[in-house]
Ligand binder design. Structure first.
Ligand code: PMP
Length: 393
């Protein structure tokens, strides 16, 4: 919401009064599943998107060390100065992995969605967007200046009705998360592909939480359903690939266009050789041995879900390692996360506006890196605290 500078103190006071004031709590990850704060207190971490534990994998760390000789920064945007080899190599590898002709790297997943939607869609076009899409898609839709039609979450009938009833002189786009970040469910790709074909739309799927997580080899939503049909595949390097950055993979006409016309690509200093080499090493590890990483992720997720079930803690169903434990009231989610934190278990309490009112939740993420002992300890603490919080409620 637009805000006059003079009104900011009042706005902050209101946020505090509503108990919504947020601050950054520093945490240093000493392994992919354990962090330590500035006071030296250790936590087992269940709120990271480092799904495969790549941030601390030996070969990945080694790749970062090797690449540092090419400089600690890229020195500029790739079209003008910072065209490090590692990013072009990474683009080729991503295209191969995603079964696309080409890929373009952006500096974050967030900027990828802005860069893609801003460059491809404009006045006269219509973007059909799932109600639970990530904020970066929402913001990309807004800055594109296309007409935006939001359909109820994964409701293919409602989407078809909108497609049928919305006049469009330009291009239609359908855009969706592959795996929804707060609910952990998978988009209805067969339904979306059917509709995009019927109505001549371009289908954009953001596999930020799907890459390295679903599909036999971690290729994401398309592999999960054993089908193709996604025109433009967005993804991030910041989750299962253990670093930071984002990508868009598509036909070469689209990627060439993005390199030439997407402002976040053109006007921002690119990620460094270190980051590119790190992501490339992680991707090659995943491609070379999907069973090792994804097998561990699946076993740990299954173990955690079974443990929660035994402890009587219910969660939204799904095929991913995002486990949403809906608590309802904001205070309940906050209190539960605070109590678990006190006992060394770090969980995220997610509240509106990130999720709809009344569905505040714990968003627990399991990774391939968690040990059995860590999972057991979390289950013990979570079960005990859930009992006492139920008592208080
Ligand atoms: N897309 C989705 C679906 C996400 O969940 C996120 C981040 N949580 C992003 C994009 C942004 O990615 P990044 O954090 O790499 O900017």
């Amino acid at each position: 919401c637009p805000m006059k500078i003079k009104d900011i103190p009042q706005k902050l006071a209101d946020i505090r009064k509503e108990d919504r004031f947020r601050a950054v709590h520093d945490l240093r990850m000493v392994t992919a599943s354990r962090g330590v704060d500035r006071r030296g207190k250790e936590y087992i971490v269940f709120n990271s998107n480092d799904y495969l534990g790549m941030t601390h994998e030996k070969e990945v760390e080694e790749a970062a060390r090797r690449a540092v000789i090419y400089g600690t920064g890229s020195g500029g945007a790739r079209l003008t100065s910072g065209a490090v080899f590692e990013l072009s190599d990474l683009e080729k590898e991503i295209a191969h992995y995603k079964h696309k002709e080409d890929a373009v790297i952006f500096n974050t997943g967030y900027m990828t969605n802005l860069g893609v939607l801003y460059a491809l869609a404009g006045p006269g076009d219509v973007i059909f967007s799932d109600a639970l899409n990530h904020a970066s898609i929402v913001d990309g839709c807004r800055i594109s200046r296309a007409t935006i039609k939001v359909y109820p979450h994964s409701d293919m009938e409602a989407l078809e009705k909108l497609l049928r009833e919305t006049a469009c002189d330009g291009q239609r786009f359908i855009v969706t998360d592959g795996v929804f970040s707060m609910d952990g469910d998978v988009a209805d790709l067969p339904g979306l592909v059917g509709l995009k074909e019927k109505y001549g739309a371009l289908l954009i799927v953001d596999d930020a939480h799907a890459t390295g997580v679903i599909g036999d080899t971690g290729r994401g939503t398309a592999e999960y359903y054993h089908m193709e049909g996604i025109d433009l595949q967005v993804g991030t390097l910041s989750k299962s690939l253990g670093t930071e950055g984002g990508f868009a993979a598509a036909d070469r006409t689209i990627t060439d266009y993005l390199r030439n016309c997407s402002r976040p690509f053109i006007f921002s200093t690119s990620i460094s050789a270190i980051t590119g080499a790190t992501a490339l090493a992680a991707l090659k590890l995943l491609e070379g041995n999907p069973e090792k990483y994804m097998g561990a992720l699946r076993r740990n997720t299954k173990y955690m879900k079974e443990g929660l079930h035994k402890a009587g803690i219910s969660f939204l169903p799904g095929d991913t390692s995002i486990i949403p434990i809906v608590m309802g009231r904001e205070e309940a989610a906050m209190e539960y996360a605070a109590r678990c934190k006190e006992r060394g278990i770090l969980l995220s309490a997610i509240r509106p506006p990130s999720v709809p009112k009344g569905t505040s939740r714990i968003r627990l993420t399991v990774t391939a890196a968690h040990t059995r002992e860590e999972l057991d300890r979390a289950l013990e603490v979570m079960a005990e605290e859930m009992k006492s919080i139920r008592h208080v409620r």
